[in-house]
Design a protein around this ligand. Structure first.
Ligand code: AN7
Length: 359
């Protein structure tokens, strides 16, 4: 009989702060495919590249891993409402898991700066949505203040239960590959994810499942790159709205992840992000939102500069599904709208446009 994946809490309960009697709020998150991408291995000139396709989670991003743990704990603590600041994906996940838990959700998003796919999810799951006149960093400041002074439970990644859930992605990589890769890259925004992978890989080392953790590479958008600048960015700008974050909450943990793993931070322009966004969909078959192409774009840039370390195996986490923000796929390299041709409903007309000769 087919085995259904039970979500990350039940699959990894012995390695999470949960016991069998704790409430579990799950939508079956985790267990996402690790997809071999020979086209990327060729591009980067390394032995193997695997994409950890986090867009395959129930709400379409890696945020579900941390939301199952954060909302389950909130429910266990008697919470009636959760609050999250978000560039879009956290709000989609918070809204969905709140519904599953029977709670209200409140989400604070930067006005006009989240994709409509993500906004539609928060609306669909009846979140109370407030568009803040400000950026993500303002939203997070407000969410923290509200959760301290009002009866709403904060489920942003400053809540340590979020990182606990998200660390399971590292467990899955090791479970599938039988080892850690040499290098693991991902986009870097509020820095929860790189901190969570670090936590997960460190535990794998401590449990002697792997000898060494991978070098962790966190890649930012150039217009929103506090880790490259070395200090918060007051006015972050990038088309990759998911990572349009100037003052990352997990600053210290990300620095530690980089240091401890022998990794690095990098940044790429919006143009480089969109190039890789297209490469991934056209050459690997994996459709991601632009922000999610940032990790691969960063490694490609390093390779072109001759600065990619000599490694054999690479895993790149692609964090969110392409359908989250599909507008970018409908533009060509010059930003012009792509409109499929209209044709009469006749085989001969279709064949003519396709340039097909009759057999
Ligand atoms: C697709 O949803 O911060 O470095 O509020 O949606 O852990 O922040 C999203 C972040 C990468 C960055 N890729 O991860 C939010 C939010 C996607 C994302 C990141 C995000 P972190």
């Amino acid at each position: 009989m087919a085995h259904q994946w039970r979500g990350v809490i039940r699959e990894y309960m012995d390695r999470l702060p949960f016991t069998a009697s704790d409430p579990v709020v799950t939508l079956g998150e985790g267990g996402t495919p690790l997809i071999e991408a020979p086209a990327l291995a060729k591009l980067l000139d390394v032995g193997s590249v695997h994409l950890k396709f986090e867009g395959m989670n129930p709400t379409g991003s890696f945020k579900d891993r941390g939301m199952t743990t954060a909302v389950s704990k909130a429910l266990g603590d008697g919470a009636k409402a959760v609050i999250a600041a978000s560039t879009g994906n956290t709000s989609a996940a918070a809204a969905a898991y709140a519904v599953k838990a029977g709670m209200q959700s409140v989400v604070l998003v930067p006005a006009g700066k989240i994709s409509w796919g993500k906004l539609s999810q928060a609306v669909a799951h009846k979140a109370q949505i407030l568009q803040v006149r400000g950026n993500f960093d303002d939203c997070l400041r407000l969410a923290r203040e509200l959760s301290e002074n009002y009866p709403v439970f904060l489920v942003n990644s400053v809540n340590p239960n979020r990182l606990q859930g998200q660390k399971t992605a590292a467990f899955e990589v090791v479970d599938v590959l039988g080892d850690a890769p040499d290098l693991h890259a991902m986009p870097l925004g509020n820095a929860g994810n790189i901190s969570a992978y670090h936590l997960g890989y460190r535990e794998e080392v401590a449990d002697k499942r792997i000898k060494k953790q991978p070098m962790l590479y966190g890649i930012q958008a150039a217009g929103s790159a506090p880790f490259i600048q070395g200090s918060p960015v007051a006015k972050p700008e990038t088309i990759a709205t998911a990572i349009r974050i100037g003052n990352p909450a997990s600053w210290d943990l990300a620095q530690e992840a980089k240091r401890d793993s022998g990794g690095a931070f990098g940044s790429v322009s919006d143009k480089e992000i969109l190039w890789m966004h297209r490469f991934l969909s056209q050459e690997t078959g994996v459709f991601v939102e632009p922000s999610s192409a940032t990790g691969a774009a960063g490694l490609h840039k390093l390779r072109q500069l001759g600065e990619l370390p000599k490694v054999n195996s690479i895993v790149i986490t692609v964090t969110g599904h392409g359908l989250k923000d599909p507008d970018w796929a409908l533009k060509d390299q010059n930003g012009r709208k792509i409109k499929p041709k209209k044709v009469a409903a006749a085989a001969s007309s279709v064949a003519e446009i396709l340039g097909l000769e009759r057999k």
